[in-house]
Design a protein around this ligand. Structure first.
Ligand code: HEM
Length: 442
């Protein structure tokens, strides 16, 4: 190990074309024997070896996996050379098929272009009423819990809100209880994904039945949209996809189903777990809630900025997409290190966001990092909860808007009192609270 290695940083000037330092296999064996989580091993590799480190997990088809956490290396992989580091087979392919999250090459580019206009600038305005409607529905439910003193699960509530928001945006209709129940299958399949075949393999048993339920919901929604029954807030994203099918033969019913399920999955699990973490973090840091509310009166820019900073600081602690896997498409030199074609590369925002070499006192919940100029590290590779480069999150503005609007409804007079809090986190496709989050409101 180089003596000048500092956590997360590159170890000083790197002579071009050097081998990536590898974590001692004895430490990997020790970790495996102890039944640890991959994040523990990655944290050890970052601490011992710095911001580009190799770890032999025994899973890479082409040698050890390269862990990337240094901001300049993160930018190299995701933003500067996305053609050299590509998505291979997406872990959620069984569920999302050829949707934009998993697609590659020209197909991805076409799919992304169509959706991009729906999620940026003026395209975003059409969601305002839908987001506000879903936030009002959630706030009414919370008012009921406050009246009755009933115990409810904060994580489950956040999931219902995020699902309702994206469903309204896709179909133009609020989420009805029957569809909500059926879409419970999405969470079950997502939970099973890490143990399922990533590519080509067919689902069996319970998972196959859940996938069939999801397909049934999707085809009902597609049929309803095709019949022209737009919801109270006008046509949804599904209508945009169906219109595209009129002129572009690649938009088959199958691809429309895949995009629908992709947006449902990408668009609610992430937001729901972020909002759940946010409530847990505020429970531990009540002063942060008070300061956000004191930043300005209801509806003011000051209040909105402060509430958004709560979301950003939560995403710094718990970026839902805690790893971004890529595969080296060709030989490359990454910040001086040699990378062979075929190498598995894992960018890990979670570790970048908690690196004491990059962030001051990273263990402290301090939303003002995102409001006070100069408090954030200058390198854009230091903070990437929504990814970077051409494959960055399509729903960034959507996610920030729905989170802020919901919190503006809930924060002023609804503070969950947790009956118990989960011990830690579950690191799966996303990083979620590792258990139930029962609470009451008073
Ligand atoms: C807090 C909430 C969210 C977080 C933290 C998040 C995070 C991410 C990240 C990190 C990526 C890039 C993955 C990679 O590079 O491998 C991504 C991609 C994506 N996200 Fe999000 N996301 C969130 C909410 C949403 C929402 C609300 C939507 C839809 C309305 C959405 C739709 C997508 C799509 C479609 C992609 C794939 C883009 C592509 O491959 O071209 N996300 N998201």
């Amino acid at each position: 190990m180089s003596t000048d290695a500092r956590p997360g940083r590159l170890p000083g000037p790197v002579p071009a074309d050097r081998r990536v330092p590898e974590l001692d296999p004895a430490l990997v064996a020790e970790w495996r024997a102890g039944g640890g989580e991959p994040i523990d091993l990655f944290a050890l590799a970052r601490e011992r070896l710095g911001g580009v480190a190799a770890v032999d997990l025994g899973t890479g088809s082409s040698g050890p996996t390269v862990l990337v956490t240094a901001p300049e290396a993160v930018r190299h992989v995701l933003a500067l050379h996305p053609d050299r580091y590509v998505k291979r087979s997406h872990r959620a392919r069984l569920l999302i098929g050829d949707g934009v999250l998993a697609a590659t090459g020209d197909a991805w580019q076409r799919q992304r272009r169509l959706l991009q206009s729906q999620f940026t600038g003026p395209g975003m305005r059409r969601y305002e009423r839908r987001i506000a409607g879903a936030a009002r529905t959630a706030a009414e439910r919370w008012a009921g819990y406050a009246r009755t003193g009933r115990v409810f699960d904060v994580g489950e509530e956040m999931r219902r809100f995020a699902l309702d928001t994206i469903w309204r945006s896709l179909t133009g209709h609020p989420l009805d209880p029957g569809t909500e129940r059926e879409l419970g299958a999405v969470a079950h399949v997502v939970a099973e994904l890490p143990s399922l075949p990533a590519d080509g393999g067919a689902a069996r048993g319970a998972v196959a039945a859940e996938l069939a339920r999801i397909d049934a919901v999707a085809s009902r929604a597609i049929e309803a949209a095709r019949d022209g029954t737009a919801g109270p807030d006008g046509p949804g994203l599904l209508h945009v996809l169906l219109d595209a099918a009129g002129t572009r033969p690649e938009y088959t019913d199958r691809l429309i189903r895949d995009e629908l399920v992709t947006l449902l999955v990408a668009g609610h699990e992430t937001t729901a777990s972020t909002l759940t973490w946010l409530h847990l973090l505020l429970d531990r840091n009540p002063g942060a809630r008070e300061r956000a509310l004191a930043a300005g009166p209801e509806g003011s820019d000051g209040r909105r900025r402060a509430v958004q900073a709560l979301v950003h600081e939560t995403l710094r602690f718990y970026p839902s997409a805690w790893i971004l896997p890529r595969s080296a498409a060709r030989d490359d030199v990454l910040c001086g290190y040699r990378i062979a074609a075929g190498t598995d590369v894992v960018v890990c925002p979670y570790l970048t966001h908690r690196d004491p070499g990059i962030w001051e006192d990273p263990g402290r919940f301090d939303p003002e990092r995102f409001t006070v100029p100069g408090r954030r590290p200058a390198d854009p590779g230091s903070y990437l909860p929504f990814g970077m480069g051409p494959r960055a999150c399509l729903g960034l503005q959507f996610a920030l808007r729905e989170s802020t609007v919901l919190l503006e409804h809930l924060l002023p007079d609804r503070t969950p009192r947790f009956r118990s809090v989960p011990d830690g986190a579950a690191y799966s496709i996303t990083v979620r609270p590792g258990g139930p989050t029962p609470a009451t409101l008073g």
